[in-house]
Design a protein around this ligand. Structure first.
Ligand SMILES: CC(C)(COP(=O)(O)OP(=O)(O)OC[C@H]1O[C@@H](n2cnc3c(N)ncnc32)[C@H](O)[C@@H]1OP(=O)(O)O)[C@@H](O)C(=O)NCCC(=O)NCCS
Length: 175
């Protein structure tokens, strides 16, 4: 099974757009943009990400196909370096996200790294746990994809494998 990371290119964006339209994926990720079908807004956001060198973003390749992406960014809601990931549905359930995040952690070596997931996003939480993230705390925020406030969990990967203090947050779209 070949899983590789490479830099994101503009030619990946139409596929990323299609991948983030999936309703089940939106429900899982929960803290999405208000309207994932808004293509101009998606393109504008991603074109901003592509020119921002403080954001590390990698395309996940599975058998040479674009399966999704992994990125790290300084979160405006916490000022902490956070990771996020998203795969097209056809690639779920094959260990791809776990391997991709593991590879990403070899590229993004800054620690601590934080991550957030809806409390019921068991797949995402499991991916993070398998890559060494520890549960750090809980939070609540407004989730656009659910149109209500929901519980979320905060995890982190500290330099020593322990967990660091919990950042305070505000509601915002995370993906
Ligand atoms: C979350 C996501 C990246 C997981 O990708 P994936 O490639 O299917 O994950 P993996 O195959 O590496 O699975 C990792 C673990 O999660 C478990 N898992 C996968 N889907 C699951 C589900 N729906 N419920 C519970 N556990 C699940 C797997 O069994 C595996 O654990 P195990 O090795 O102990 O059995 C993918 O579902 C996705 O992109 N979802 C939409 C976007 C999203 O939620 N992003 C994260 C936002 S925080």
């Amino acid at each position: 099974m070949s899983i590789l990371l490479r830099e994101v290119t503009a030619s990946d964006l139409p596929l990323f757009f299609e991948q983030q339209l999936d309703p089940e994926a939106n429900h899982m990720a929960a803290f999405t943009t208000k309207d994932p079908a808004d293509r101009p807004a998606f393109m504008e956001r991603w074109n901003r990400l592509l020119t921002d060198d403080t954001i590390m973003k990698k395309t996940v390749l599975f058998e040479d196909r674009v399966a999704g992406h992994v990125m790290s960014f300084t979160a405006p809601w916490s000022d902490y370096l956070e990771v996020s990931f998203w795969l097209g549905k056809e690639f779920w359930g094959r260990g791809i996200a776990t391997k991709a995040l593991d590879l990403f952690l070899g590229c993004q070596t800054m620690r601590p790294l934080h991550a957030r997931a809806a409390k019921d996003n068991h797949a995402s939480i499991r991916v993070l746990e398998k890559c060494g993230f520890k549960h750090q705390g809980a939070d609540r925020g407004f989730a656009n994809a659910r149109d209500r406030e929901i519980d979320e969990v905060v995890l982190n990967l500290a330099p020593d494998g322990g967990s660091s203090s919990l950042p305070s947050t505000q509601s915002a779209a995370r993906y």
